[in-house]
Design a protein around this ligand. Structure first.
Ligand SMILES: Cc1cc2nc3c(=O)[nH]c(=O)nc-3n(C[C@H](O)[C@H](O)[C@H](O)COP(=O)(O)O)c2cc1C
Length: 197
């Protein structure tokens, strides 16, 4: 059994992203994992101010929901980042949370090239929805996920569900007419399948 934290960076209450997340959670729970969901619409986490107080042993100067989310991140085995595609990348709420990882970085006396600090090593996954469904639709998002979360922070990628063709927010969520919900369910269910849980 693994502890999975799903961080939802936005989306309509019963929209495409919410449905994708629910399908993923159902699969992960059926596989025996303990899953918790945090919505950044309900828990406000602001972007980093760059004041560097955290680098001098002080707590983050911003009093918002970050510390609660950070505690959950530290306790989890896998963090699933979920978001609708907004202007070709993750939502600003999710980006703001990732900026605050600065405050949970630890000193690394011998960092590898291009990394200055170390972060808790977690598994991670990406769950995205979008209106468009071209080969470039998720290019910026996947690039950022791989660059910042996997290569820089050092999380271990366990996979992605990139759900394009879900319809615009101008109309009803269309994800139910696609195969993405089954894929998200199967993905959640298959996590750690090859390991003893
Ligand atoms: C502010 C905003 C920006 C968006 N930008 C894009 C975009 O760049 N590319 C795209 O394919 N869809 C874009 N969309 C559509 C949403 O990504 C898509 O409808 C998504 O599935 C909505 O998620 P939800 O149903 O969970 O709210 C945008 C929607 C909004 C509201």
């Amino acid at each position: 059994m693994k502890k999975i934290l799903v961080i939802v960076g936005g989306g309509r209450p019963r929209g495409n992203t919410a449905q994708l997340v629910d399908a993923f959670i159902r699969g992960a729970q059926e596989a025996g994992h303990q899953v918790e969901k945090v919505s950044l619409l309900q828990t406000e986490v602001k972007g980093c101010l760059g004041c560097n107080a955290c680098r001098y042993g002080k707590p983050c100067v911003q009093k918002d929901g970050f510390q609660g989310v950070a505690d959950k991140i530290l306790a989890a085995d896998l963090i699933a980042f979920a978001s609708p595609l907004y202007f070709w990348t993750i939502s600003s709420r999710l980006k703001a949370l990732i900026e605050r990882f600065y405050a949970i970085a630890q000193k690394d006396p011998n960092p590898p090239l291009g990394r200055y600090e170390k972060y808790p090593a977690k598994d991670c996954a990406l769950l995205m929805t979008a209106a468009d469904n071209y080969f470039w639709t998720f290019e910026q998002t996947v690039s950022y996920y791989r660059f910042a979360l996997v290569n820089y922070i050092g999380f271990h990628d366990k996979g992605m569900v990139l759900a394009g063709g879900c319809g615009s927010t101008n109309g009803q969520p269309q994800i139910g007419h696609t195969s993405h919900l089954e894929k998200a369910y199967a993905f959640g269910k298959s996590l750690y399948r090859d390991e003893t849980i």
